[in-house]
Ligand binder design. Structure first.
Ligand code: ZN
Length: 140
């Protein structure tokens, strides 16, 4: 049994683009943002210039509830670089609004039911060493 925690080391932060800056600004403000297509209603993430479903440029920003379920998860015991503190649990989270976020699950044990596929989670935010704020998922 090992508690999963946010990364505290000097891991590489995001490199915001003109499309993703609003997303990262939201994280810094404690708000999980995504885009929705005004033409076909598809929820879009990662931030884009055109809808990946219909090609429309009519993408609008919305705020997510931050609630979702674990769609897929694994536990990393040997990190890819020494900057990462293991173990950590990369996961694909399916948000209530119908989009997916790749993040890590924290605030639970490595061997608990809280890491099961379909387990309910909520998004919380933690700063990296360089000041970027990134989203994590935790059991709810
Ligand atoms: Zn669309």
């Amino acid at each position: 049994m090992t508690l999963l925690r946010p990364q505290v080391g000097p891991i590489t932060g995001p490199d915001p683009s003109v499309f993703s800056q609003h997303y990262w600004d939201g994280c810094a403000a404690g708000e999980l943002r995504f885009q929705r297509c005004a033409v076909c209603d598809t929820a879009v993430h990662t931030p884009a210039a055109v809808c990946p479903s219909c090609g429309s440029e009519e993408l609008r920003w919305e705020s997510s509830s931050g609630r979702g379920v674990i769609h897929s998860v694994t536990i990393v015991w040997r990190p890819v670089t020494p900057a990462f503190e293991a173990p950590y649990a990369p996961a694909i989270i399916e948000l209530e609004e119908g989009w997916f976020l790749l993040t890590s699950v924290i605030d639970c044990d490595t061997d608990g039911e809280e890491l099961a596929i379909g387990a309910p989670v909520e998004i919380v935010f933690h700063p990296l060493a360089d000041g970027f704020v990134i989203p994590y998922a935790r059991p709810r």
